[in-house]
Write a protein that binds this ligand. Structure first.
Ligand code: DP6
Length: 330
């Protein structure tokens, strides 16, 4: 049996940075994100009784590191289906890895939806979100479209650490412009970075303490479609996460010069030119500008002219992970 699914990356406006359990990928804090539309991962999972091991091709090439994580995630679904059958996984991203968009989020969301269908499980969205979380914490959010809330949960088994939809994309149509910067330095991955911050940053306890209030305020701003409040809160939460990263030992300094130039330009666009736009930055140098769709071309043009910005990608908000017809297989 084979099935194909598509999922899009999401961008957190209230960040997840820290785990209360690294094995189950349980977040210390809740988070809030927007799911993108224009960028996608498409994944086909084909069960094959003749295979002795899972096989995976990412954009047409074998990828052992991704295979190991995907296999572990598939095991969770195989256990539920009561089968040990191995699978052939073919997965494609239509966006550059260098864009600094967590492809693990769309990747694991697409994987669980395709595997669920291939195994004939028909699991509900919350369970799929929980399973995707075990692949990558942020993937739990890509099961849903538009604005999405992710709960930290309290249970040790993680059954309540799942995402849920907050507001549809159509109910508040915003756009995201991604400025891809020329960052060549080797970076520390999110999982290792979070652990370093938890162990060494003196600001980590304050980060955790403030998270619930930030999440509640952001949820309120989204429900009220209050752009100014969401802008202020998102930039504050982003810079607070980077303060935790930068105060870790050794420091996690994900920014380069162009990152700072983009943030300054976005602030000037908002404060001087009155454009409805704000920034957010994740564990990389790229800057994501959230704005209204009519402002998106002006924001994209302003960021594209900055030295160090290599490429600008624009997207509207989109739907959650879903099954595709097998004719749309990658
Ligand atoms: C900075 O979900 O990639 O993008 O759970 O270890 O796979 P793992 O981490 P991941 O971390 C995302 C971190 C972030 C903030 C966010 O997306 O909330």
């Amino acid at each position: 049996m084979a099935a194909t699914a598509q999922a899009q990356p999401n961008i957190a406006l209230v960040k997840y940075w820290g785990k209360r359990d690294t094995r189950l990928n349980l977040p210390v804090t809740g988070s809030l994100s927007v799911t993108l539309d224009a960028l996608w991962t498409r994944t086909r999972v084909e069960l094959d009784a003749s295979l002795r091991h899972d096989e995976l091709r990412l954009n047409g090439a074998e990828d052992p590191a991704t295979l190991a994580r995907a296999s572990a995630c598939l095991d969770l679904l195989r256990q539920r289906a009561g089968t040990a059958q191995r699978a052939r996984i073919d997965t494609h991203n239509n966006f550059p890895t260098a864009a600094g968009l967590a492809s693990s989020a769309s990747g694991f969301a697409a994987l669980v939806v395709a595997a669920d269908a291939a195994l004939g499980l028909a699991l509900d969205r919350q369970t799929l979100s929980m399973l995707a979380r075990q692949g990558s914490g942020s993937a739990a959010r890509s099961l849903f479209g538009g604005f999405v809330s992710m709960a930290a949960g309290q249970r040790d088994d993680g059954a309540d650490a799942v995402a849920q939809p907050l507001l549809d994309a159509a109910a508040w149509p915003l756009a995201v412009v991604v400025a891809v910067t020329t960052d060549r330095r080797k970076q520390v991955g999110s999982g290792a970075g979070m652990e370093r911050s938890r162990r060494t940053s003196p600001f980590y306890p304050a980060w955790v303490d403030g998270a619930a209030a930030d999440l509640a305020a952001a949820q309120h701003a989204v429900r009220a479609r209050d752009f100014a409040a969401l802008a202020e809160l998102s930039e504050h939460n982003c810079l607070k996460m980077h303060a935790v990263m930068q105060s870790s030992r050794p420091p996690l300094l994900y920014w380069d010069g162009a990152t700072v130039d983009c943030m300054q330009r976005i602030r000037a666009l908002r404060e001087d030119a009155g454009e409805p736009v704000f920034f957010t930055v994740d564990a990389g140098a790229q800057v994501k500008a959230v704005c209204t769709p009519d402002a998106a071309p002006r924001v994209a043009a302003a960021l594209a002219e900055l030295p160090g910005v290599e490429q600008v990608l624009s997207s509207r908000l989109g739907e959650g992970a879903r099954r595709l017809d097998d004719s749309e297989a990658p």
